[in-house]
Ligand binder design. Structure first.
Ligand SMILES: *Cc1c(COP(=O)(O)O)cnc(C)c1O
Length: 418
């Protein structure tokens, strides 16, 4: 039934990357990302402002021999195409593919690997990515090297003629480690051009970082986080510039059926339109919370703080610090009390939502990592992660300060404004 074609035509949609629109006077000025995020054009017959949801599995064909643009939603759906073209514009990519979740995106990328291939990845990876790589190492005959990507040589010294994939995250979560994506990419490509460099850009979003500009092959994101922004859907996006690589990735999506469902495409499209305003507010709140916690004497990890050991490197790559930070209390039980004592901060995994969240990674998002491995990777068991939302900054600090004081981790004076 489904077409095996890997090239769904998208001629009816605006060209990508931006500039997306003909401008009065034919100016070639490129719109800023904040503008592109809200601006859409659709070929809809009724000129609907919001893309219609094509809630259909199949599309009738006009002829028994010639297939139209769409035939089966696993292979392609107009609502998904609209979302993908929109994302290509704001991610500065030639092609973006929307799939069922961030892990699904990683799975699609991992299917480029063959038995015997080697992967070089960070040692503070997202828990789910870690789990998938471990599965591949155990069942797929893939060799995975976890290294400290903050040191460029740790990556390059593992490069062999079997290295098929280098997988980077910056900043990492929850340790907020920064890696030099442009330098690593350059050195990997010099030594072995066919090695694919992929970046998980979930922590930054297209608003703060565009790793394709550093020459990486694939950028992927969990759209469950900042892109959607409301914790009401799961989605993943994969962005590439190379046409052939895009076709290989699309082949897996079509073959396995992990393309994002029409309703979720529509919901994600709606979330993306407020990305800029949400991200900016969450980011400025995070900066404020980080500064107040640091002033209260805590060891805080956040790329917006000058005390971050890789502050300068981060700002050569990114235009923002994001909205995820972590801090230590020195005691696991005290950390537990703080997490439970906060009220505005919901105890939850994930980030990028309008609401602020608090968690202990070792007990929650990273619990799937072996305690021994956590120790070897210097993941403090008492670490508290804060994922800052768009509430009032002062309310957030007051609520957190109250929980911290109640847990006995600091005196009330520590939070007095200087
Ligand atoms: C959440 C997350 C993922 C996985 O995405 P899902 O949408 O939850 O499958 C991958 N990488 C990072 C950095 C994440 O935060």
């Amino acid at each position: 039934m489904s077409s095996e074609s890997t090239n769904i035509t998208t001629e009816a949609f605006p060209p990508s990357p931006a500039p997306s629109t003909p401008r009065p006077g034919g100016s070639t000025k490129k719109y800023k990302i904040e503008t592109e995020i809200v601006y859409t054009e659709s070929p809809d017959q009724y000129r609907s402002s919001s893309v219609p949801i094509y809630q259909t599995a199949t599309f009738k064909q006009a002829s028994g021999t010639e297939m139209g643009e769409y035939d089966y939603t696993r292979s392609g759906n107009p609502t998904r195409t609209h979302l993908e073209r929109h994302l290509a514009k704001i991610m500065n990519a030639n092609r973006v593919m929307a799939v069922a979740s961030g892990m699904s995106a990683m799975d699609v990328i991992a299917r480029l690997l063959r038995p015997g291939d080697e992967v070089i990845a960070g040692d503070d990876l997202y828990g789910g990515t870690n789990r998938l790589l471990k599965y591949l190492a155990t069942n797929g005959d893939i060799v995975v090297h976890h290294v400290d990507t903050t040191v460029v040589e740790r990556v390059t010294e593992k490069l062999t003629d079997k290295t098929a994939l280098v997988l980077l995250e910056s900043p990492t979560n929850p340790l907020i480690k920064i890696c030099d994506i442009p330098t690593i990419t350059k050195l990997v490509k010099e030594k072995r051009p066919q090695t694919i460099v992929a970046v998980d850009n979930t922590m930054m979003s297209p608003l703060a970082m565009s790793p394709l500009e550093f020459g990486v092959d694939i950028v992927y994101e969990s759209a469950t986080k900042f892109l959607s922004g409301h914790h009401d859907l799961m989605a993943g996006v994969i962005a590439v510039n190379d046409e052939e690589l895009g076709n290989r990735l699309f082949f897996t999506i079509n073959a396995t059926g992990c393309g994002l469902a029409p309703f979720d495409c529509w919901l994600l499209m709606r979330g993306i339109k407020t990305l800029a305003i949400r991200f900016e507010k969450a980011q400025s709140n995070a900066q404020y919370v980080a500064e107040r916690l640091e002033a209260a004497g805590f060891k805080v990890r956040f790329p917006g703080l000058k005390s971050h050991p890789q502050y300068d490197l981060h700002w050569t790559m990114a235009t923002g610090a994001g909205a995820v930070l972590s801090f230590e209390t020195g005691d696991v039980e005290i950390s537990e009390k703080i997490v439970e004592g906060a009220r505005l901060w919901g105890i939850s995994v994930s980030f990028g939502c309008v609401n602020s969240l608090i968690s202990m990674p070792c007990k929650m998002s990273h619990a799937s990592i072996d305690p021994e491995v956590r120790k070897a990777r210097a993941l403090p068991e008492d670490l508290i992660r804060l994922c800052v939302g768009i509430e009032d900054a002062e309310d957030l600090v007051d609520d957190l300060a109250h929980a911290i004081v109640q847990a006995g981790a600091a005196k009330p004076e520590a939070f007095e404004k200087k």
